[in-house]
Design a protein around this ligand. Structure first.
Ligand SMILES: CC(C)(COP(=O)(O)OP(=O)(O)OC[C@H]1O[C@@H](n2cnc3c(N)ncnc32)[C@H](O)[C@@H]1OP(=O)(O)O)[C@@H](O)C(=O)NCCC(=O)NCCS
Length: 276
C-alpha cells in the first residue's frame, strides 16, 4: 500500500484493513458472520478454521482438525515447553509471561518437526504427481536424510518406541479417506516414508505425533507454516494447565534441578587471583 505524503484519517484506517474480522460499534463479525450467530452454534475448533482459512469447515474437516489439536495439547514436564512454563510461573511473571516464555521454546527442533514434515509431504506429492513411484520417492528421501546424517521429520521419539497418538490419528485419516472426505495422498506418502524407514534402518522408526498431525494438516490443505502455528495453539492448553498448577504450589523460583543438586562443573580447575 502506497501512502500519500500527508495521510488522511481514511488512510490511517485503511492501514489496518483486514478480511479477518469486522469490528465497529455494536458489530463483531468473524469473516462476515455476526458473532451473536456463531456463539453457541460454532465450536472453538471451527472458529480457528473460520478465522485462519476464511470459511467454516465441513464436519469432516472439523473432526480431523479437532483430533490434531487435541492430541498435541500436553506432553508433561519432559517437554521443554511445559518445563519452561512451570519454571517461569514461579519467577513472578504471571500466566501471560509464563505462557509466552513456554511458547517461545517451540522452535525448529521442539514442536517444529510438523512444519518440516508438512513441507516434505507436499514436495513428495509433487514428485508423485509428476509420475514418480511413491515407494521409490520415499526411499530416496530417506536415503538423502541418512546420507546427511539427518532425521526424517515426523518419525522417531526420544522415549516412545511407539507413539500412542500415532494409531488413532492414522485410523481417523484412513476412515476419512475411505469415506472420500480427504484425498488420502498424504496418508499414502507418510505411510510410504514409514515403510522406507523400516526397510533402511536397524529397527523401525515409527511415525510420531508431528508426522501424524502434519499428515492431517496436509490432507486439510494447510500451508507448512501454519502447522507450527496450530501446534502453538494446541500446546498452549497444556502450557496453561501446567503453569496454573505450578502457581498453586506457591514455590518461588523453581530451578531446573531440586536445590541440593547442582550441575557438574567442567571448566578450569579452581585458581586464584595474585595475592589470594
Ligand atoms: C526424536 C529423535 C531425536 C529421537 O532420536 P533417537 O533418540 O536417536 O532415536 P532412537 O535412539 O530410537 O533411534 C534409533 C535408530 O533410528 C534412527 N532414527 C530415529 N529417528 C529417525 C528419523 N526421524 N529419521 C531417520 N532415522 C531415525 C536413529 O538414527 C537410530 O539409528 P541407528 O540405530 O542406525 O543408530 C529423532 O527421532 C528425531 O530427530 N526425529 C525427527 C524430528 C521429530 O520428528 N521430532 C518430533 C518428536 S515428537
Amino acid at each position: 500500500m502506497t501512502m500519500p505524503a500527508s495521510p488522511t484519517a481514511a488512510d490511517a484506517a485503511n492501514w489496518w484493513s483486514t478480511g479477518v474480522s469486522r469490528i465497529e460499534p455494536d458489530v463483531i463479525q468473524y469473516r462476515g458472520y455476526p458473532v451473536q450467530e456463531l456463539i453457541g452454534a460454532v465450536s472453538f475448533v471451527d472458529t480457528i478454521w473460520l478465522l485462519v482459512r476464511g470459511d467454516l469447515p465441513t464436519p469432516a474437516q472439523s473432526a480431523l482438525l479437532e483430533a490434531a489439536l487435541m492430541s498435541g495439547a500436553d506432553h508433561g514436564p519432559q517437554a521443554p515447553s511445559i518445563a519452561v512454563a512451570r519454571m517461569a510461573i514461579t519467577c513472578g511473571i504471571g500466566l501471560n509471561g509464563a505462557m509466552a516464555s513456554a511458547v517461545n521454546t517451540l522452535g525448529d527442533v521442539h514442536g517444529g518437526a510438523g512444519q518440516e514434515c508438512l513441507g516434505l509431504l507436499h514436495g513428495m506429492q509433487r514428485r508423485v504427481d509428476a509420475g514418480q513411484d511413491r515407494a521409490e520417492v520415499a526411499d530416496s528421501i530417506v536415503a538423502g536424510y541418512r546420507e546427511r546424517g539427518g532425521f526424517v521429520p515426523g518419525f522417531g521419539h526420544r522415549f516412545h518406541r511407539h507413539d500412542p497418538r500415532r494409531d488413532p490419528l492414522l485410523t481417523l485419516l484412513q476412515e476419512a479417506a475411505g469415506r472420500g472426505e480427504i484425498s488420502g495422498d498424504h496418508l499414502a506418502n507418510i505411510t510410504a516414508l514409514e515403510s522406507a524407514l523400516a526397510r533402511r534402518g536397524s529397527k523401525p522408526v515409527p511415525m510420531n505425533i508431528d508426522g501424524a498431525t502434519a499428515t492431517i494438516y496436509a490432507e486439510l490443505g494447510f500451508e507448512p507454516e501454519l502447522a507450527r502455528g496450530l501446534f502453538v495453539l494446541s500446546r498452549s492448553v497444556g502450557i496453561l494447565a501446567h503453569a496454573w498448577e505450578e502457581s498453586g504450589s506457591r514455590r518461588r523460583i523453581k530451578g531446573p534441578l531440586p536445590p541440593p543438586m547442582t550441575a557438574p562443573y567442567t571448566g578450569h580447575a579452581e585458581r586464584h587471583l595474585p595475592g589470594h
